[in-house]
Design a protein around this ligand. Structure first.
Ligand SMILES: NC(=O)c1ccc[n+]([C@@H]2O[C@H](COP(=O)([O-])OP(=O)(O)OC[C@H]3O[C@@H](n4cnc5c(N)ncnc54)[C@H](O)[C@@H]3O)[C@@H](O)[C@H]2O)c1
Length: 345
């Protein structure tokens, strides 16, 4: 039996812990949070007695096979980026595998640090973009992979939360329909500066046309101005979606519904329970990490290098919007990009 541990015991960590109810190859054996109240409440909720307030101490003593890093990308209330330092600690301790929450970075500076770490570390790292494993998405992806909508002509995807928050999910979904083909060029537009002052800085809105290495193009819209609603009168976080147009049909996955047309089945549609789908997906994402731990050839679909390419694409959209020209990808983002965006937006 493998040993898993969680760093960060606030709201989001519950979904990570709950997945262990259906996981047979690893057990949640230890948790860590510098906030004792969060630590103990979470420990009681999931029956975990090995509790730590210091990450180094937990890793030294418990030696987990799989560490979940479930924190915001900044230490709340401080704006101090913590993705890179936490991944570095895990890597320095030789933790075999890490699942870390999205977004993997915030700006060019931490993206570059994590990119450099990804070139050196022995730790297998995946980002928690679990929509990849939603059962309905897996089913629709199978249709696309089996050619049921013909050849892919165009992918169109969106989400209404600020780009840095939900574009990582949306861009990963696009990648998942094209076997993680990498983006090679983007032309983007950005608007709105309110979010630039937040803990997770980004333009309020972004839209782009993306060219992928396999020849497929995608059109994306992030933020409330241009991204369509899935359901009327629901919060901005509930509008993630992706539509894949083929030569003979299409598939369309939405936060709480789906539709498709194939010549074989005609037009079909239905509703989805996001919570149910998400719980199954969290287990699927964790099991895929255990598969990779046990077999080097089973690389996790949301692995760090892939996620960094998707985050570089997002930064490329900002860069393209600010310079008003297409950007070849991957590109080296400038330091202080957010300050530049504050100046121009
Ligand atoms: N994948 C999804 O669908 C999804 C959904 C919701 C949220 N999220 C992501 O989850 C993350 C936020 O999760 P949250 O709101 O539970 O996190 P949070 O940042 O509010 O809480 C993190 C906890 O970790 C602790 N912590 C941070 N650094 C520590 C350290 N070095 N040592 C010990 N303890 C430490 C803090 O005390 C805190 O209790 C965000 O990145 C968000 O994007 C993802």
């Amino acid at each position: 039996m493998l040993k898993s541990a969680i760093l960060g015991c606030r709201g989001r960590a519950r979904a990570h812990a709950k997945a262990y109810e259906d996981i047979t190859r690893s057990k949640l054996t230890a948790i860590c949070d510098m906030n004792e109240e969060h630590l103990n409440e979470f420990g009681e909720m999931f029956g975990v007695s090995q509790r730590y307030s210091d990450l180094d101490e937990m890793l030294d003593r418990e030696k987990p096979d799989l560490l979940h890093i479930v924190t915001a990308p900044v230490l709340r209330g401080t704006r101090q980026p913590i993705r890179y330092p936490l991944l570095k600690v895990a890597s320095d301790h030789g933790v075999p595998a890490v699942i870390i929450e999205k977004p993997i970075a915030l700006v060019g500076e931490d993206w570059r640090q994590i990119r450099d770490l990804s070139e050196q570390t022995e730790t297998k790292i995946a980002v928690n973009t679990q929509l990849n494993f939603h059962p309905k998405n897996l089913e629709l992806k199978k249709d696309v992979a089996e050619g049921k909508i013909g050849d892919i002509q165009l992918i169109e995807a969106s989400c209404r939360n600020p780009p840095v928050d939900q574009a990582p999910h949306t861009l990963q979904l696009i990648s998942s329909y094209i076997d993680n083909s990498r983006p090679v060029k983007v032309m983007g537009q950005i608007a709105g500066s309110d979010q630039l002052e937040s803990d997770q800085p980004s333009p309020d809105n972004a839209a782009a046309r993306i060219h992928y290495a396999n020849g497929v193009q995608a059109s994306v819209a992030f933020g409330p101005e241009m991204a369509p609603r899935v359901l009327a009168d629901t919060g901005n976080h509930r509008h993630k979606r992706v539509r894949v147009f083929g030569t003979e049909g299409f598939i369309h996955w939405r936060f709480e519904s789906w539709e498709k047309y194939t010549p074989e089945t005609g037009y079909q549609s239905g509703d989805l329970d996001y919570g149910e789908q998400d719980a199954v997906a969290q287990t699927g994402l964790t099991n895929a990490m255990i598969d990779w731990l046990e077999d080097d050839s089973k690389v996790h679909p949301t692995n760090l290098k892939q996620s960094l390419a998707e985050f570089n694409l997002l930064l490329g959209i900002y860069e393209s919007g600010s310079l008003r020209r297409p950007i070849d990808l991957p590109f080296d983002p400038a330091d202080n990009m957010m300050q530049h965006l504050k100046d121009i937006l």
